[in-house]
Design a binder for this molecule. Sequence first.
Ligand code: AMP
Ligand code: GLY
Length: 419
Amino acid sequence: MPRVLVVGQGAREHALAIALAKEATVWVAPGNAGTASCASNLPISSFDNEAIAAAAYVNQIDLVVVGPEMPLTLGLVDTLVTRGIPAFGPTREGARLEGSKSYMKEVLREAGVKSAAFAVFDDPSIARDYIISAARPLVVKADGLAAGKGVVVAQSTAEALEAIEQMMVKRVFGEAGARVVVEEVLAGEEASFHVVCDGDRAFALPPSQDHKRIFDGDKGPNTGGMGAYGPAPIVPPALAEHLIDTVIEPTLAVLKRRGHAFKGCLFAGLMVQNGEAHVLEFNVRFGDPETGVLVPLLDGSWFELLHSAATGSLASFKGTVSNSHALSIVLASHGYPAQVRTGDLIHGLDEVVDATVLHAGTRVHADGGVETTGGRVLNVVGVGESLEDAARRAYAAAGKIRFEGMQLRGDIGARALRR
Ligand code: AMP
Ligand code: GLY
């Protein structure tokens, strides 16, 4: 059996670990209470490149799969590849696509991809002048990684100026806000498009949709994502094919020309309106919660898919996308996404049938139970022949699980179900 090390500790990594464990021996660094039951957790920080490389060597790992963006931007894949260890994920240079929004916009422009008009600023006073003279709603984005909080969709000039103050002057995101991208506001519905790349070729996974706000009806503050489903009908197959031709292939060609052929998951965040898609951003990794619904929608081997991408041999991959539907519901802690309470005991995990429970912020409690340790605690994933089917299974399973202060949305998939 091949030996695989997954880096990360969320529901994304648990979903991948479950799939990989069907055909490989799996380790997860650092993992969570869920990954502990399908793999061996290693008490190593996902930011510690050296420790991960050492663990990969000691455990004779055939493939390292890197989940989150931070280790990628810290050059984990470079470290591993230098030592001859195959790794799924882009190099540090490839990860700049997510690590710097101005760089991403530059690549999009060079590739001729449809995206919001933008300007880049390193000087707050020039940014202010631009915003005042534009006198319309604008989006202000910190250039660097800001844990998903570095984007302000400003309805007024005052709000945009405040964002400049916070990011560039007060440096609430540190150096990530030293440079900002200011762009036009796009209207429409968002969707997530994931493709697995081997440097040249891309294998497209079904388009999916996340639910970013905490409350039903897309109300309340933004979160890391409260649930997802796929395939998302907002991106029908013809549009997905068009996106391969007009977004993915031109982008891969630009990156290759620049000497940074992209290996790993390229995840385009889209804004779709009237059947037309603009790219809001690229991520260089699988989405979370999207991965929970993408994993069951592959008919084929996840090990083979990720290994062939890492080794530049995607042409020989034999899997296809399945005809099923999947839907996931995030169960979040009391207080999320603001002040999160942890340490609540989780009940009912054993009562779930007909759905997969992915762990995110969980830990095995001293007395053997499982307790909450973070904002997003669990994902419950239902799979079915229709989206209705998948939703029914996921909600039935979520109804079995209880912990103090548990929050979930009751309308995951509602947009697609209404269609
Ligand atoms: P990003 O990290 O660039 O995807 O931005 C985070 C979120 O901000 C997106 O998921 C959108 O909800 C919103 N957003 C970003 N850019 C725009 C834009 N140009 N127009 C409207 N909303 C945007
Ligand atoms: N679900 C959005 C993300 O992973 O960035």
